[in-house]
Design a protein around this ligand. Structure first.
Ligand code: HEM
Length: 442
């Protein structure tokens, strides 16, 4: 299996220092000396600038021979000029095609902005996903309106985090008023989220696990149960629980909502696929409420969901990891503190694995007996020991939503043409557009 990794040097401050103070100081010193020879000043200054630029360029491209190959970097901005913020996953995939499955680039800053909050359906889907996840994480003890507000706040955090993204690559930006404001708004929302989850935990902590009427198998209840049987507070303390719940909220809502939105849009666009899925659902389920166990008897439906997950990889650029020490991968040296981005989009669009990867074709996941087969290169939830812990929950939420809707409604676009192009934020988002659900009996 070919896995494509993109490496980003996170040691930005050191890079900037080498680019600015090192070479630029040297260039200025030469300029200062030539002040005593006015007639030669312009020529020497021009030469100095050219030499200095060259030195800075060379410095920006100094590579340890063992490091993975990659394109030339410009001082300060590295390879950013090669990346279109909204289509960075596509640009990065092109570099993978040129430099091979493991390559490295240096990023200065990545400016991304995204207006709009998704298609109109987004609100309803967010409420569906949020209700299930908050009940699962917090149990019944949390009033619905409170958890809805928390989910809304989280949505804000996700959008603001996209705007704040460049700070990851150029940390000094946090001193600029625009970014300082974003950070302060983010901190404000985060504090509110922490307070909210804290209140729910405090409420739950009043009861011993057997005393509680709320016996739903939620994370909060499971945690409290474990805590009551342990003497040590080292792992099962309430602060740990708060962060765990916030991580779960952060990782589950936007990803699952976005995946559902893509599925709705693809089925609205490919009406023949939608009809085939509906016919399979109607004949197998025969009007009954869908359950996760039904999926094994619904190969075309499962293949369609897999194909959407492939062609619109929700977490297109993966979740960054950090090398804690120098390591070697296929003879390439990955230096300590290097950020490693598993470029899931490139894996899902690799023409050596997928025939005509740009085509939406659910049948690629069906074998000769029309059974669903999952190739190991299908990795929307990543791979390895840090892969998504919510894979099964997410698949369940997507399947149950789609199976319920499609048995009753036909999804149609309100626009002349459905736009399936993506905007790259934290996840790969569809453009805002309207769809309509028409009752199939009418
Ligand atoms: C379709 C929806 C989802 C997609 C596409 C998705 C995808 C991913 C990906 C690609 C990662 C990165 C794994 C890595 O670091 O290599 C991840 C991590 C994670 N996901 Fe999901 N996810 C989804 C839904 C969920 C849900 C519903 C939950 C919550 C129950 C969840 C919880 C997490 C957590 C906690 C992590 C961090 C795991 C760790 O670092 O050990 N995800 N997800």
């Amino acid at each position: 299996m070919q896995v494509c990794n993109v490496k980003v040097d996170v040691n930005k401050r050191a890079t900037l220092r080498a680019g600015l103070t090192g070479e630029a100081e040297e260039a200025l010193a030469i300029g200062a000396n030539v002040k005593q020879a006015p007639n030669m000043f312009a020529i020497l200054l021009a030469a100095t600038i050219i030499l200095a630029s060259f030195a800075v360029l060379v410095c920006a491209n100094k590579r340890d021979a063992a490091l993975p190959p990659g394109p030339w970097n410009l001082p300060l901005i590295g390879c950013l000029h090669k990346l279109d913020p909204e289509r960075a996953y596509v640009n990065l995939t092109k570099l993978a095609q040129k430099y091979g499955p493991i390559y490295s680039i240096r990023l200065g800053k990545l400016v991304k902005s995204y207006e709009g909050s998704g298609i109109l359906l987004a609100e309803a889907v967010t409420s569906y996903v949020g209700t299930v996840t908050s009940t699962l994480f917090l149990g019944k003890s949390c009033p619905r309106e409170d958890s809805a507000k928390a989910i809304q706040a989280l949505d804000e955090v996700v959008k603001m985090s996209v705007v704040a993204g460049p700070i990851n690559f150029l940390p000094f930006l946090r001193f600029l008023p625009m970014y300082a404001n974003v950070i302060s708004v983010l901190q404000n929302i985060w504090n509110k989220m922490h307070n909210f989850v804290n209140e729910v935990i405090k409420y739950n902590a009043q009861f011993s696990p057997d005393e509680k009427e709320d016996s739903l198998p939620s994370i909060i209840n499971a945690f409290m149960q474990k805590k009551s049987t342990r003497n040590s507070d080292e792992i099962y303390n309430l602060e740990e629980l708060r962060y765990l719940i916030l991580d779960m909220f952060g990782a589950s809502t936007e990803t699952t909502v976005t995946s559902i939105l893509w599925t709705v849009l693809y089925l609205a666009k490919y009406e023949d696929v939608q009809e085939k899925v509906r016919q399979e659902l109607l004949s197998v389920l025969n009007g009954k409420t869908p359950q996760m166990g039904d999926l094994e008897n619904l190969p075309y439906t499962e293949a369609t969901l897999a194909e959407v997950a492939r062609i619109r990889t929700t977490v297109a650029m993966g979740v960054p990891h950090l090398a804690l020490e120098d390591i070697y991968v296929e003879n390439f040296k990955i230096q300590k503190n290097t950020m490693i981005m598993p470029l899931l989009w490139a894996i899902h669009m690799n023409p050596n694995v997928w025939n005509e990867p740009e085509e939406f074709r659910p049948s690629r996941f069906l074998n000769d007996e029309r059974k669903f087969v999952q190739p190991e290169e299908l990795l929307p939830f990543s791979v390895g020991k840090r892969m998504c812990v919510g894979e099964h929950l997410a698949k369940m939420l997507i399947f149950l939503f789609m199976a319920t809707i499609l048995q009753t409604f036909k999804i149609e676009s309100c626009e002349p043409e459905i736009d399936l192009s993506a905007v790259c934020g934290i996840t790969l988002l569809p453009k805002p557009q309207k769809v309509v659900f028409k009752n199939i009996d009418k």
